[in-house]
Design a protein. Structure first.
Length: 589
């Protein structure tokens, strides 16, 4: 535990740290930082040093929680509590890390993954994740926020773990348990904005760029005066997760909202520092960006003029698969109406690689150099927290699709050329929605969120009466997974198919071959079938409501799925007749 308190407050005239029984004046260091020795009491024999509650007084105002607080047991408006990350005795000494290439990610929200909504309860479900071939679990943001439940993107204290999930000690136990189960951990972090309640950073210094609004709040001061310590605030936070908490990677939220005009972008700086930590720790560390720019420079190595991140999300894959299985073509789905759009995404990574976007009304994106870029650098999903939760009613694909269509979406995700990511519960076709929920204690803030949400979907043509109230506790409760569904025949059957797909990913090297050049796709727009070839593995998909004959000469059936009965109706030397909404996977045994 640090021997002194310290805080960056460059414009303050006086700074003090308030403890339970005394207030200590802090001394300026000359670079905007203030420090004061931390009083210590000699611990009893065999006892750890007791934590201390503290807050900072800035020019007599406060006390405010520490911007770098590790523990907020009494909420984001209360004092911070010291936490010694070094007290945990790690049991993951045999863990050497895991590469993103060839892996499968499982995205989950701690508050709704289990009825208990805690890190310890989530650790109790790791055997299930192992059974479906999960290599990484990706946690939605866990940083401290105001209220009891939230998606996590309203966090305000980036260094603290939300107390409702169990706090920082439970977080260490969770990561330790994951590693012992052979699963890596990716933490979703939000560096582009802060939540609306409990953000005291402006009291300390120019953390925010008030002129740059992200749509969710003020952006961070990444390139203005005094921006060096602000960037350091982000970099140190990332290194904390990867170092002190043994996390294996970070998912970087909405990096297109990071407003940085410096010659070296903060993402490039972050990638460089993480590469150093990876080398010194002897384990691979991943940085995965969420971006709507379709710009492969994010994942291009720094030596070739890129930022050097490990991977990035591809929304184009989601949109193309969603349109193919649902037929929805409103909003941004309009660009993906032809089945050929899915074929292009599977072979080129992005659909809008320099072509005109009818949704945006302009050309969009930059082509991927498919001869040099490995396909695994794109992380894809047919469902995720955004694409489900930002629908007006938070409805999953399972709310409207049959089991065959769900199996088709799963196959394209898990056996396609990219890094697949599953959203919690999709593997058994969970019937629970995942809706937008908040628990803002401030009545005015809660009402603003409620009316804003209804108004947003009203403008999009949804019936306002159908939009759940995000402040209603029932909205949160409806979103909690029902694990009892796994024992029901329909859900169990779909889960079995996910497990079969996981086995194919493990046993057939051509399914994880990272070369775009080894991917071939054929489609029939009128007949609504698609053939995806991954080396010697052929995936035949019938998206039609009628049986369809699909050409193939692949030798053996490896796995198949149809809503009912057999997927394969008949076979000739040159073709297979598939049941409606079915998938069949062929290859050399």
């Amino acid at each position: 535990m640090p021997a002194e308190f310290e805080v960056w407050a460059p414009t303050a005239e006086a700074v003090a740290v308030e403890l339970a029984d005394q207030t200590l004046a802090m001394t300026p260091r000359g670079d905007g930082w203030w420090h004061a020795p931390r009083p210590t009491a000699e611990p009893a024999d065999g006892q750890a040093e007791q934590p201390v509650d503290y807050g900072f007084l800035i020019d007599g105002k406060g006390p405010y929680p520490d911007p770098r607080s590790r523990h907020q047991p009494n909420g984001v408006h209360a004092k911070s509590r010291t936490f010694d990350a070094g007290e945990h005795v790690w049991q993951d000494g045999a863990w050497t890390g895991r590469q993103l290439a060839g892996s499968t990610i499982y995205e989950l929200h701690l508050g709704t993954f289990t009825p208990e909504g805690t890190l310890d309860a989530a650790a109790g479900r790791l055997d299930h994740l192992v059974s479906i071939g999960v290599d990484f679990v990706e946690l939605l943001p866990v940083n401290a926020f105001n209220g009891t439940h939230n998606w996590g993107y309203d966090g305000v204290l980036w260094y603290a773990v939300h107390e409702g999930y169990g706090g920082p000690a439970a977080y260490q136990r969770f990561v330790d348990a994951c590693h012992q189960a052979g699963i890596g951990v990716i933490q979703d972090v939000v560096y582009n904005h802060l939540g609306p309640s409990g953000n005291y950073l402006p009291q300390f210094g120019p953390y925010l760029n008030e002129a740059g609004d992200t749509g969710w709040g003020s952006s961070l001061n990444l390139d203005g005066p005094d921006s060096d310590p602000v960037r350091r605030y982000i970099l140190d936070n990332a290194l904390m997760w990867l170092g002190d908490y043994h996390v294996d990677g970070l998912r970087l939220d909405a990096v297109h909202a990071l407003r940085d005009e410096r010659a070296i972008h903060v993402l490039e700086e972050l990638a460089s520092e993480v590469d150093v930590l990876s080398a010194t720790s002897g384990r691979p560390l991943s940085l995965i960006a969420e971006s709507d720019l379709n710009d492969p420079r994010l994942i291009t190595p720094q030596g070739s003029g890129g930022y050097g991140l490990t991977g990035q999300w591809s929304d184009d894959f989601h949109h193309a698969v969603h349109v193919a299985v649902t037929g929805e073509t409103t909003g941004y789905y309009a660009d993906f109406e032809p089945l050929g759009a899915l074929a292009k995404v599977l072979t080129h990574g992005f659909f809008h690689d320099g072509t005109f976007s009818s949704f945006r009304g302009r050309t969009h994106g930059r082509p991927i150099d498919t001869a040099r870029m490995p396909a695994w650098r794109l992380v894809v999903a047919n469902q995720n927290h955004d694409q489900i939760g930002n629908r007006a009613t938070g409805d999953r694909l399972s709310a409207t699709l049959d089991a065959g269509q769900l199996a088709i979406a799963a196959t394209l995700t898990l056996l396609g050329p990219f890094t697949p990511m599953l959203f919690m519960g999709e593997e058994w076709g969970a019937s629970t929605p995942w809706q937008f929920f908040t628990s803002h204690p401030e009545p005015e803030l809660g009402e603003a969120v409620r009316t804003g949400r209804i108004g947003e979907f009203g403008r999009m043509g949804w019936d306002p009466a159908l939009v759940p109230d995000p402040q209603d506790p029932a909205t949160f409760e409806r979103s909690v997974l029902d694990w009892a569904e796994l024992s029901e025949p329909g859900h169990a059957r779909l889960l079995g198919f996910y497990q079969a797909l996981a086995w194919l990913r493990r046993s057939r090297p051509d399914v994880t071959d990272p070369r775009f050049g080894q991917v071939a796709v054929a489609v029939d727009e009128n007949e609504r079938w698609l053939r995806l070839c991954r080396g010697e593995t052929e995936i035949l998909i019938n998206l039609s409501t009628e049986a369809r004959e699909v050409p193939t000469d692949a030798p053996a059936l490896l796995a198949s799925f149809a809503p009912a009965g057999d997927a394969v109706h008949s076979r000739t030397p040159a073709a297979v007749t598939l049941a409606p909404h079915s998938v069949a996977i062929f290859g050399t045994p």
